[in-house]
Design a protein around this ligand. Structure first.
Ligand SMILES: Cc1cc2nc3c(=O)[nH]c(=O)nc-3n(C[C@H](O)[C@H](O)[C@H](O)COP(=O)(O)OP(=O)(O)OC[C@H]3O[C@@H](n4cnc5c(N)ncnc54)[C@H](O)[C@@H]3O)c2cc1C
Length: 318
């Protein structure tokens, strides 16, 4: 019996969100008194034995993966084989695009109960119950899983990374990949910019910025802070910014440690995608803007006066 943690990589390095999932999976394995095993998919530049520092005893490294990151069917077939081989009792994914698309398929194959978007460790004193975020982060639901095999997808930023000391045994796996029905014609990467989904800090602009020509200050602050840039939906709809920057109910849902919203009203559909951010800073010239109700820090003022001052202050920090 074991807890399997499915990790993901970016540029052949384990993603931060996967390190959170590993720490969570290790904590779950301690609750269940079983071993935690990390699954690494595809070639990696990381020293995989060092994942032992996060508490896993074993790493299974499947080098050959075909196009599983574009094809959830072949991904679930591969992971089903690994789960059978390791007699997995519990499988942890990140609540990422990959986790969201593969975990439901795997749950059908394994006849496993699935909880998506978990935000806390399971409660095992009375059955097995997992707290998940619902209604776009407005409420929580405690969901019981009653099947012997269980799957959880963990929300980003919901669990601290725990690093100590340790070394994991690395096992190379050579499971044959099921030929895919999907042909990947082209992969376009958003070069140079920090990916919104992985960003620790996000600077976002709304219609209050009046036009695309005024985005220089958003980009400058983002560069100084090492942040990703985002926008409200009307901004993307007006082609002021690319659609992949649109956050909210119908855009990307994010949960960075810092979200700075500039000239955004804070409509409920916008908040649905950003209200899981740890700290929200709002800059708006209307003191009645709804976003101030969701903000940790608010600046009532004209963005065109406030932003240059913030940029100057950040530059002075060194
Ligand atoms: C089904 C549906 C789904 C939707 N999904 C999304 C979604 O995913 N994401 C999303 O963002 N929206 C979404 N919307 C749209 C949403 O309802 C709002 O219309 C939108 O978020 C408003 O964008 P905004 O705040 O940039 O613009 P506005 O509402 O026009 O607000 C601009 C803000 O800027 C402030 N401002 C103006 N000038 C300045 C200045 N000089 N300095 C500082 N502040 C200034 C104003 O006070 C105002 O608060 C959706 C709507 C529907 C119906």
């Amino acid at each position: 019996m074991s807890v399997l943690i499915i990790t993901e990589q970016s540029d052949k390095k384990i993603k931060k969100q996967s390190l959170e999932s590993i720490s969570y999976g290790v904590a779950v394995s301690k609750l269940l008194n079983v071993d935690a095993i990390a699954i690494v998919l595809g070639p990696s530049d990381d020293v995989l034995s060092s994942l032992g520092e996060y508490g896993v005893k074993k790493v299974i490294h499947q080098q050959t993966i075909g196009s599983i990151f574009s094809d959830s069917r072949s991904a679930s077939i591969l992971l089903n084989s690994i789960c059978d081989q390791e007699k997995a009792q519990m499988i942890i994914f990140s609540n990422s695009l990959f986790g969201k698309s593969v975990a439901p398929r795997l749950s059908v194959k394994l006849k496993a109960g699935l909880v998506t978007g978990a935000v806390k460790l399971p409660e095992i004193s009375n059955g097995f119950s997992v707290r998940r975020s619902v209604f776009s982060g407005k409420a929580f639901a405690d969901v019981k899983i009653t099947t012997p095999t269980k799957i959880i997808t963990l929300n980003a930023n919901a669990f601290e990374i725990n690093k100590t000391r340790g070394n994991a045994e690395v096992i190379e796996s050579n499971i044959e990949i099921t030929p895919s029905n999907i042909t990947v014609i082209e992969t376009k990467k958003n070069e140079g910019n920090i990916s919104l989904a992985d960003a620790d800090k996000v600077i976002s602009g709304g219609r209050g910025l009046k036009g695309p020509e005024n985005w220089g200050m958003i980009e400058e602050l983002a560069k100084l802070l090492g942040a990703a840039t985002a926008c409200s939906r009307p901004v993307a709809d007006s082609n002021w910014r690319p659609h992949h920057e649109h956050v909210g109910q119908t855009g990307v849902a994010i949960s960075p440690n810092l979200y700075i919203a500039v000239g955004i009203s804070g409509a409920i559909q916008h908040l649905a995608g950003v209200n899981r951010s740890k700290t929200i800073v709002v800059i708006n010239n209307d003191p009645e803007a709804p976003f101030f109700k969701a903000a940790d820090y608010g600046i009532v003022g004209d963005a065109f006066q406030v932003m240059p001052k913030i940029i100057e202050a950040v530059k002075n920090l060194g």
